[in-house]
Design a protein around this ligand. Structure first.
Ligand SMILES: NC(=O)c1ccc[n+]([C@@H]2O[C@H](COP(=O)([O-])OP(=O)(O)OC[C@H]3O[C@@H](n4cnc5c(N)ncnc54)[C@H](OP(=O)(O)O)[C@@H]3O)[C@@H](O)[C@H]2O)c1
Length: 264
């Protein structure tokens, strides 16, 4: 399968590091022009420069904007009125006892993790349907399906994305535009490396730390290791391609078999 996205433009929210950056890289390697995003202008510029250096011939631009707010989204829409591929990757997470989460924190999680993607999809979908082609994806998590007791507010937002994605897919039925959610499992990002070090000790070599973390804290994983961000990106690139034209309204798992379920 030769995925060729040349001529397409993609926006990836929250792409200066982690899974978003790997998605940006994967799309660019398939020939797509990619717009990098984060809140900090220096980090956006640095990421664009690094990716340009790593992938000769690829086209990257950057938009620094906090797309969890209406103002930030307006800045983006002015700079980038249309896209062919929208990847709603931005998401925050962190542990908090559920009975201690106040209204404002519930709202913040909803606004950053859910409303940001709703707003961007609402803006970009009409152009995609007019042109008769488009791809929208939301990056959810195993926490959408297996509510983590230490992050109920986070799980709630990821469950909500499944409904939003399914609903938007119905709204654009028959137009050539697809809308899907990718359910990522525990992934090897900088933040997760710190989290693992906290749990098993900072002086333990990475391979051993990862193995202990998976055995003790994520025993349901069938791959028995953290997922690499590029493995999530592979699914996103496929879903962004012509080959995935019959896949819409779905939730596709790249969770290393973590969710104990036969159905996707
Ligand atoms: N890591 C995992 O194990 C895992 C597992 C399942 C699902 N996921 C999901 O995958 C997605 C990415 O996770 P990650 O771990 O790769 O995240 P991450 O490492 O924390 O990266 C977050 C990115 O988003 C940017 N960002 C944060 N707030 C922003 C805002 N308001 N507006 C624009 N950009 C913003 C950050 O850049 P700035 O700080 O410069 O703004 C950074 O580029 C999230 O939706 C997460 O829920 C992650």
């Amino acid at each position: 399968m030769n995925i060729d996205l040349s001529g397409r433009i993609a926006f990836v929210s929250g792409s200066t590091r982690g899974i978003g950056r790997a998605i940006a890289e994967g799309l660019a390697r398939a020939g797509c022009a990619v717009v990098i995003n984060g809140r900090d202008a220096e980090r956006v510029t640095a990421t664009v420069g690094e990716l340009e250096r790593d992938i000769p011939g690829a086209t990257f631009t950057g938009v620094a904007a906090d797309v969890s707010t209406a103002e930030g989204a307006s800045v983006l829409f002015e700079r980038l009125p249309d896209v062919d591929v929208l990847i709603n990757n931005l998401g925050i997470f962190g542990p908090q006892p559920v009975l201690e989460i106040e209204d404002d924190e519930w709202r913040r999680y909803f606004e950053v993790n859910v409303l940001s993607g709703i707003r961007l999809a609402r803006h970009y979908l009409p152009g995609m349907t007019e042109r008769g082609w488009g791809r929208v994806q939301f990056i959810a998590s195993d926490s959408a399906v297996v509510t983590p007791v230490e992050m109920v507010h986070y799980g709630m937002t990821k469950t909500a994305l499944l409904a939003v994605s399914r609903g938007y897919a119905k709204a654009v039925a028959g137009t050539g535009v697809t809308v899907n959610t990718v359910i990522a499992g525990p992934t090897h990002t900088e933040g997760v490396e710190e989290f693992v070090a906290e749990l098993v000790g900072a002086d333990v070599p990475w391979d051993e730390a990862q193995a202990r973390f998976m055995a003790e804290h994520r025993p349901n994983s069938l791959v028995r290791r953290l997922i690499e961000p590029a493995e999530i990106a592979n699914m996103v690139v496929y879903l962004s391609s012509e080959y995935a034209s019959a896949t819409t309204g779905g939730a596709l798992r790249v969770d290393g078999g973590y969710i104990d379920s036969i159905l996707p």
